[in-house]
Design a protein around this ligand. Sequence first.
Ligand code: FAD
Ligand code: NAD
Length: 403
Amino acid sequence: MSTKPRIVVLGAGYAGMMTTKKLIKNLTPEEAEIVLVNKHNYHYQTTWLHEVAAGTINQNQVRIMIKDIISPNRVRLIYDTVVKIDQDDNRVILENSELIYDYLVIALGYETNTFGIKGMDEHAFFIESFESSQLIREHIEYQFAKFHQDPNADESSLTILVGGGGFTGIEFIGELVERVPKLCKKYDIDRGKAKIINVEAAPSILPTFDKELVSYARKSLQERGAQILEGTKINECTKEGFIVGEDNELIKAGTVVWTGGVKASPVLTNSGFELTKGRFTVNGDLRAPGRDNIFVIGDCAWVMNKLEGRPYPPTAQAAMQHASTCANNIRSLIHHEPLEEFVFSDKGTVASLGVTDAMGSILGGKKLYGKPAAAMKKVVDDRYLFLLGGINLLVKKGKVRPF
Ligand code: FAD
Ligand code: NAD
């Protein structure tokens, strides 16, 4: 029997893939066995899911076969669903088997948070995974095809209602303002009949973001036909639409998508990890408090910004940086060396508003709008592909086309 330690990485998203890649670099095959567990045999670009949901991207561009990036000769790849972690026995329970670990990395990402809003789980779509996003794309197209068959049908079946004006909701609206005119043309429908509505409870969309950039985004989306209802709380979701505001007004729609918030994978709570505001708070070295061999990273984790006394926002950018610290710390544990503290390096935030528009701020706080911002967003997206799979992956799946 092998005596080398077994490192088990759960989840092949940004955090899990990058941790595995770095572990391969940090450790020789003789030093440790690495196992990567993921629900599917593919990794998907979570940051592009709004494009999958709107139907503005070729779906094949978003998925990457895990074995094309991580060699099965070097890492044991298990395609199965994690059900539970038994922390006391160092055991992971999968749908079809079980695994013992010496070191565990929990990188299972997020699930949508509906905050107990009545009817949301039953009636709304979520941008939560590749499959759930594909379903939205197909549902929207079906609504247009159905209306085309029956022009006397209720016009509200063409309305697309998006709950929550955070980055996911706003980026999705940005794609819809480009997709809906194309669907109207394809199905011979008057563009005026198809409404795109975003509903945000806070006084402004993107409530915590730079006011000038938010004004730009609002204007850009409104000019291209989106309605933005700010200061409007969603109280309930029914099969007809959202019930909103103090007067409980019904906004009817054929497609209802909730992007009102996210929380850590349910595997954590099922396994006895106590969450605070939807995530698990880790130590500065990214380990679970009191568990020296368990790391929690990516969207499952709150990592404290000690200078500001609040956690860093959970983003793909942060998840990739967690991965590097996590892999270094596992190497240090194996070599009995001191562990490093996670330090976030903020590269800025850019949000797309469709294929040709975007806004955001980059290094040093420089603000970008319009086409330069859209180009920057594509560069940011492509940078990740390069880090993950080098030039080959970039050429195959990248957004910036040199020719
Ligand atoms: P994920 O990328 O969600 O990966 C989790 C992985 O675990 C998936 O492969 C999943 O299939 C797998 N998994 C889940 N549950 C199980 C299970 N039970 N068993 C086995 N496998 C499982 N951040 C940015 O920095 N920039 C952006 O531009 C940006 N854009 C975004 C756009 C959208 C539409 C969304 C939704 C998010 C965006 N984010 C962005 C946030 C970013 O996507 C997340 O912070 C990031 O995906 C977190 O990475 P992760 O590895 O923790 O989780
Ligand atoms: P979020 O929590 O950031 O935004 C949810 C929005 O829904 C908030 O504005 C909130 O006020 C609103 N909301 C909540 N309850 C509501 C209600 N009852 N009625 C109406 N509105 C309600 O969630 P998200 O947008 O999914 O983002 C999740 C994470 O992913 C964030 O950390 C975000 O920064 C990141 N992200 C980043 C990018 C990017 O960098 N381009 C893009 C997408 C997501």
